[in-house]
Design a protein around this ligand. Sequence first.
Ligand code: MRU
Length: 366
Amino acid sequence: MNTYAKRTIWRKENAPTIIQVIDQRRLPHELIIVDIHTCQEIVTAIKDMTVRGAPLIGATAGYGVMLACIEASTHKNPNEYFNQYIHDLRESRPTAINLFWAIERQVKAVEEGKNWQEKIEIASKTADQIVEDDIEVCRMIGVSGLPILEKIKQAKNGEIVNILTHCNAGRLGCIEWGTISSPIYQAHQQGMKIHVWVDETRPRNQGSNLTAWELTQAGVPHTVIVDNAGGHLMQHGMVDVVFVGTDRTTRIGDVANKIGTYLKALAAFDNKIPFYVALPSSTLDWTIRNGLTEIPIEERSQDEVKYIYGWNGTKLEKVLLTPITSNASNYGFDVTPARLITGLITERGICEANENGLLSLFPEYK
Ligand code: MRU
C-alpha cells in the first residue's frame, strides 16, 4: 500500500452498517472521524459539507442508498420511504453530477432485488464498488496526467515544476488518490521536484484548510496564496501549469468547478500557461452541452462569506468579517468555457475539451 493510501469514507470495523467519514469542516486543526448511522444523516453530511468534493459526494450517496434500503425494509410502507429518501438525497447539493450518477447507479441496481433483503445486499455491494472504482479511476488519472509534468520538467532541465490549483480536488474530495493530486503524488513519489501554489479558496477555504493539509501529509512542497494572487504569479513566470478538478463537465467540455476557477483560466489563457482539468468519467454530464446555461449553480448561505472559522490556539472559532447588516452573496461554482481549457485528464487518457475529444475516449456515448 502506498504512503498516501488513506481513505475518506469506509464502513466501521465490526459494525458494517455504520459509515465513517473524516469531518472536513474541522481540518486542518482537528482530525475527527464521524459515525453516520442513518440515511438522513448522510443527507445532512452532504448538505453541511462534513463531506464534499464531487467523487466523495457520490460515494457517500452510494452508502445513503444502502442505509435507505436497510431502513425501508422494516418500514410499514417501504417503497414510499425509499422513494422519499431518494428525493431528499437528490436535493442535498445541486452542482456535482457524481451525486446523481451514484444515485442512478444504485437505484438501477436495487431494482433487480426481488425483496428488501436482496435489495440491501445489492446496495451494499454497489456502494462498496463505487468506492473501489473511484480509487482505481483516480490512480489512472494520475497515470494519464503524469506525462504533463514530466514534459514540463524536461523543458525546464529538471528545475522545480510549479503547479497552481484551486479548491480541493485532492484525496479529500475523492476516496484515496484524488484527481489533480494523483499525478502530483505520482510525480513526487518518483522524486520529481514539484511545488504547488494552493489558492486559499474563499469562502470555505478548501485550499488553505484541505489541500494544504493533504500536501503536508504527503510531504509535497506547497505555498498557500490568496485567491487573487494567481494572475500575478503567472505574469512573473512562477506557474508552469494549472490543475483543477470539476463538479460537472458537459458533453462539449465546459467545466463547472469551485467559484474562482474561471478567473484562473482567464489568467492562464492570457499568459499562455496550460490549464488542465482532471476528472473521473462519473463527473461527465453527457445530457447537456452549454455549461453556462445548463449547469445548476449552488448558492449557499451568506454567512459563509460574512464569517470565517479559524483556530484560536485551543479551539475552532467563528469570527464576523463584515458589518453585521451587510448583505453577502455566495455562488458556490462558476463555469469555465471549453475554449479556455488545454485538456481534460481522465482515467482513459487526456483529450481536448470538446465533444470530439471526449468521444474519442468515451465512444460509447456517441
Ligand atoms: O463545494 P465543494 O468543496 O464540494 O467543491 C469541490 C470542488 O469544486 C472540487 O474542485 C471538485 O469537486 C473536484 S473534487 C475531486
